[in-house]
Design a protein around this ligand. Structure first.
Ligand SMILES: Nc1ncnc2c1ncn2[C@@H]1O[C@H](COP(=O)(O)OP(=O)(O)OP(=O)(O)O)[C@@H](O)[C@H]1O
Ligand SMILES: [Mg+2]
Length: 426
């Protein structure tokens, strides 16, 4: 690496050279085309399987850009579990609406506030809204209500229209008692000056579930409306399409195969992850980093499993201790078959072959692997789609094998011939 120099000029030159060096490194990565495209903050231009929802949001506000002053304040709620594209879909819809307004020579501004990140009391939130829409306006010395009045007047004077997006509203309502009034205020912005048009055209609330309803009073509930847009979780095929689209921006084509997309999609749709695309993107990023530092040229299923195993270890050392010796040997045979074939699933025939090599190696009598597959499957340690498709859940094969082998050696009090000592066993 570059040596750190002394002196301010030398330091500037050093920083310049270093950033050029890092840029070249990034540019020339064999794995990544642009790893920043895996950031959860990046909103891609394409959102596969959310096109319908984007259209629904646009439709709900359609017309606001033809005769905005006649268009009523529209309140929407978006509900759905973590990482399934709520925020991205709403931001994309509002961007498209901004374009529609611009096409009609009108100005629409999106005021987005994430209440988990920037929440606080009502006053702080309104001040943030004011900063987003009209940064030049002073908010100091005004009450919360004055700020809203001021904001509405300013928007009318400047002929600016606004969509307010309050993300993670459920979080705010849960942690803060006095925050409820926010829903009341924002859903009735049109009543502040009833005889004048209200330039806030849409208020969109985003939440993970409707549990927060129980903390609202009836007046708030009624203006909020009881019919949210519910986003369902993605199916495995949908996750796969989404990842293909995200990977095409983030990875070099040769660095990611369909086996990796399948593997990540499978983990992402498992009950504990529940379709959270953010998790999938993390998995791809960290596995990509491993592939890069390991010089493997492409992301391997084993690297994906390793990362997933670190976050969701499916086989703990305790699990291994509870397995019988023959179950452990069966697992080792499966691992070796998977590693030899470099595939996600292998055939029973291939496992048998490795089991007989294992028997030789450990100097034991022939092992009937098929007697143990069902048990391992029930324990959720292996995945058996059929006798032709047998694989191992989540954990990195390279890490699991020595763990299992160590366990056998401890139980037998001998080392395998692979291990080098070749002591006699049973
Ligand atoms: N259909 C999709 N196409 C491409 N990327 C997607 C899609 N759905 C989600 N993502 C990506 O997944 C990540 C999480 O999405 P997003 O932040 O929109 O989820 P969310 O539903 O708002 O989650 P949370 O409830 O945790 O805030 C983002 O990086 C987003 O770009
Ligand atoms: Mg979100």
């Amino acid at each position: 690496m570059l040596k750190k120099p002394k002196g301010i000029n030398a330091l500037i030159v050093y920083i310049l050279i270093r950033s050029i060096f890092l840029t070249v490194m990034e540019f020339s990565s064999p794995i990544f085309r642009d790893r920043s495209k895996l950031s959860p903050r990046y909103v891609p231009a394409e959102l596969p399987h959310r096109e319908k929802q984007v259209e629904e949001i646009r439709y709900a506000l359609k017309g606001s850009y033809f005769k905005p002053d006649e268009f009523p304040l529209t309140v929407l709620q978006i509900i759905g579990s973590a990482g399934i594209g709520k925020t991205s879909t709403v931001l994309k819809s509002s961007k498209l609406l901004e374009d529609e307004f611009a096409n009609n020579r009108l100005k629409l501004v999106t005021a987005y506030v994430n209440l988990k990140l920037h929440g606080g009391n009502k006053y702080a939130i309104y001040r943030l809204l004011l900063e987003r829409v009209a940064p030049e306006l002073p908010a100091q010395g005004m009450s919360a209500e004055e700020m809203l009045r001021y904001l509405l007047r300013h928007l009318r004077d400047k002929k600016i229209y606004v969509i307010i997006i309050l993300d993670e509203i459920d979080y705010l309502i849960k942690i803060s008692k006095d925050s409820g009034g926010i829903i009341y205020d924002l859903t009735r912005l049109n009543e502040f000056d009833p005889d004048k048009p209200c330039n806030v055209k849409g208020v969109i609330f985003i939440a993970r579930s409707t549990d927060f309803y129980s903390r609202l009073d009836p007046a708030e509930l009624s203006t909020l409306g009881r019919v949210p847009m519910k986003f369902t979780t993605y199916s495995i095929n949908q996750v796969s399409d989404i990842l293909v689209s995200r990977c095409s921006e983030a990875f070099n084509a040769i660095a990611i195969g369909s086996d990796i997309i399948d593997e990540v999609s499978k983990f992402t749709t498992s009950p504990s992850v529940n379709g959270d695309i953010r998790y999938a993107l993390d998995l791809l990023l960290y596995a990509g980093n491993l592939a890069e530092s390991g010089g493997t040229g492409r992301v391997l299923a084993d690297q994906v499993r390793k990362v997933h195993g670190q976050i969701h270890p499916s086989i703990s050392s305790l699990d291994v201790e509870e397995l019988s010796r023959n179950q452990i040997l069966t697992l080792i045979a499966i691992i070796r078959a998977l590693k030899t074939k470099r595939r996600q699933y292998v055939d029973l025939k291939e496992i048998r072959l490795h089991a007989s090599l294992l028997a030789e190696e450990f100097k034991i009598k022939k092992l009937d692997v098929e007697d143990h597959l069902d048990d391992l499957n029930i324990k959720n340690i292996i995945e058996m789609r059929s006798l032709k498709e047998i694989g191992i859940h989540s954990i990195s094969l390279n890490e699991l094998e020595p763990l299992l082998q160590g366990q056998i050696e401890r139980r037998n009090g001998h080392k395998s011939t692979r291990g080098g000592s070749g002591e006699n066993g049973n």
